[in-house]
Write a protein that binds this ligand. Structure first.
Ligand code: DHB
Length: 320
């Protein structure tokens, strides 16, 4: 019963006679539910404009911190048949430099979400404040980078610390705050509830999963950092499960992320409970045309099944 009421609450947010692909997530209006995932291409205004032109509904930038970071030395990426393991080490120019890129994107026709990391709640908040000042429409808190010490998963897998970060950021900015979380936790539902309680406007699930590979000839781990994050098709079933569980635990919208390569994967995430989905690794294999093919595929699916809107199928698998 409670679940049915929850569905009703979400359903009431729909308005008819709209573009069937339009969704609203954390107060952001998206022309379609596809979002560029953090860490893929979101580094300069020129590239971000290109992704917008390719049809993305919103953009998340590469994570940015308070100070510039060079990142790890090579090798930083391993391409596998079923995904990619990467450990870049959060290379970024620092928010003061990156603000210039954000400022150039004032006329971007879709929401710009700046991914933010920090080594303390105050640092997250300071970066978020600068990003919003420069024109970000929302921030996505990187509470889930799987391998940089003192930030990411080290903060985000501890519900109390994650709450501190969210509260600090929420206290500092008026724009939506999205928390990107890790699957590398024992109690995912508990973490999601804490994040909702702290005031996050949405949850992105999931980030890459801690992984590694060893070169059997040299006998050494391949990545310079040894441990990296696995993304791509290999993580999709884990990510779908996470979205499904989080949907049962919270009422805030969920943005699904992890191994989506085509519209079928996107629909699966939406049925699990995602209001929008992020596209990342597949771009390395298939280029930017995936935004259009995923959008078109979702549109045809809705039509074929007789649904009026993406919103009609968010979390639908829970009603079975
Ligand atoms: C990096 C950061 C991430 O959040 C992630 O999931 C993977 C890699 C990085 O910059 O190394």
């Amino acid at each position: 019963m409670e679940k049915l009421l929850q569905h009703k609450k979400r359903d009431e947010m729909q308005s008819p006679n709209q573009n069937p692909l339009m969704v609203e997530v954390a107060g952001l209006k998206l022309k379609n539910p596809t979002i560029l995932a953090s860490g893929i291409l979101g580094t300069t205004s020129e590239i971000i404009e290109k992704v917008a032109k390719a049809g993305a509904g919103a953009i998340v930038t590469k994570s940015v911190g308070l100070k510039p970071r060079r990142g790890y030395s090579n090798p930083t990426l391993i391409q596998l048949d079923y995904g990619i393991i990467n450990a870049m080490g959060l290379p970024n120019p620092g928010i003061h430099q990156f603000k210039k890129e954000i400022e150039k994107l004032r006329d971007l026709p879709i929401p710009l979400i700046v991914s933010v990391y920090g080594f303390s709640p105050q640092e997250y908040a300071e970066v978020a404040e600068e990003a919003v000042e420069a024109g970000a429409d929302a921030v996505e808190l990187n509470l889930s980078c799987p391998h940089v010490g003192g930030t990411g998963t080290e903060i985000g897998s501890n519900p109390k610390l994650a709450m501190k970060v969210i509260r600090e950021v929420k206290g500092r900015i008026k724009k939506p705050v999205i928390a990107k979380i890790t699957a590398n936790v024992a109690d995912l539902k508990g973490l999601a509830r804490s994040i909702e309680e702290a005031g996050a406007d949405a949850i992105t699930a999931i980030n890459t999963i801690r992984a590694m590979a060893i070169d059997i000839e040299t006998t050494h781990p391949i990545l310079s950092n040894i441990i990296g994050g696995l993304s791509g098709p290999a993580v999709k079933p884990i990510a779908v499960r996470c979205v499904y569980e989080i949907y049962e635990a919270v009422d805030i919208p969920i943005i699904g992320c992890g191994g989506i390569i085509d519209w079928r994967d996107a629909v699966e995430f939406i049925l699990a409970g995602a209001s929008a989905i992020q596209i990342g690794t597949v771009i390395a294999y298939r280029g930017l045309s995936v935004f259009t093919s995923i959008k078109n595929g979702i549109f045809s699916y809705l039509k074929r099944k007789g649904y009026k809107s993406v919103k009609d199928i968010v979390g639908l698998s829970h009603r079975a």
